[in-house]
Write a protein that binds this ligand. Structure first.
Ligand SMILES: Nc1ncnc2c1ncn2[C@@H]1O[C@H](COP(=O)(O)OP(=O)(O)OP(=O)(O)O)[C@@H](O)[C@H]1O
Length: 248
């Protein structure tokens, strides 16, 4: 299968902390990679390095054959890498649908304070996207009024509105109740499949990892310590003890 993203030997130090320490990952098109690991292992730093929010001191990131290491987050988004955040980055006083349309307008450079969102040429398309990710019923709600889990989904929908070929999701199910997490992930996975979007997601919930990842990368001290199928990784004695917190 073709390689869509290759991060090669990324290094970044913050003062005394080596947040990326030779981090490398090769991703094939249509994979669903879960990144797991203890707090502070460098998972979010890795996403920031691949999406242009941080620049490595050495190493490079290649996306669809193009070196994107030095590009801005905006340029990387335009090339087809989307992301959602650990803490959603949304316009809290706007509606859900307007957040999607504002993201589109910003990308197209067509935003203006006089833009009437309901008349946006892609409004219908964005309602269809909301339907696909199970958020149609809250499309007209103001984001500030929504619970955290719902805001995370809206943040993912905003990323998907830009039609990425690959999406990074930072803890997509945190804040989602345990009774709803599978339903949410089923819906999200269907939307990703329908659009042939490759996904890399940081996840602390091992039930979600077991069910939705095609491959698992275990982060430790700024790089991958282990990788393999969910079955191999979740049954690995060291992972069970240090990441999952289940003694063997
Ligand atoms: N902007 C920054 N300035 C200084 N140190 C940072 C910065 N960002 C991250 N770090 C440090 O780098 C290390 C890796 O942090 P990072 O957030 O990438 O870990 P993580 O695996 O995503 O953790 P968590 O699961 O808690 O989100 C941590 O020690 C963190 O304190």
């Amino acid at each position: 299968m073709s390689i869509i993203l290759e991060a090669n030997d990324l290094n970044l130090r913050f003062g005394g902390v080596q947040a990326a320490n030779g981090a490398s990952l090769k991703v094939s098109a249509n994979e669903r990679i879960a990144i797991i690991g203890p707090n502070g292992a460098g998972k979010t730093t890795f996403i920031n390095l691949c999406t242009g929010y941080l620049k490595p001191q050495s190493g490079r990131v290649v996306f669809a054959g193009q070196d994107i290491t030095a590009l801005s987050p905006r340029a990387i988004t335009r090339l087809g890498i989307g992301r959602s955040f650990q803490i959603p980055q949304l316009f809290l006083d706007n509606t859900v649908i307007d957040n999607l349309l504002l993201a589109l307008s910003a990308r197209e450079g067509s935003w203006s304070p006089f833009l009437v969102m309901e008349r946006h040429p892609k409004a219908q398309e964005m309602w269809e996207l909301l339907d696909m990710v199970g958020l149609k019923a809250i499309g007209g709600r103001i984001v500030r009024e929504l619970p955290e889990g719902m805001r995370k989904l809206v943040d993912i929908a905003v990323a998907l509105a830009l039609e990425p070929k690959l999406i990074f999701m930072d803890e997509p199910t945190s804040g989602v109740s345990s009774t709803e997490k599978f339903e949410v992930m089923d819906t999200l996975t269907r939307a990703l499949d329908a659009r042939a979007t490759t996904a890399i997601f940081v996840e602390h919930d091992m039930d979600v990892v077991a069910r939705y990842a095609s491959r698992v990368a275990v982060w430790s001290s700024g790089r991958i310590a282990l990788e393999g199928s969910p079955e191999e990784i979740l049954n690995h004695p060291e992972v069970r003890e240090t990441v999952i917190g289940v003694g063997v």
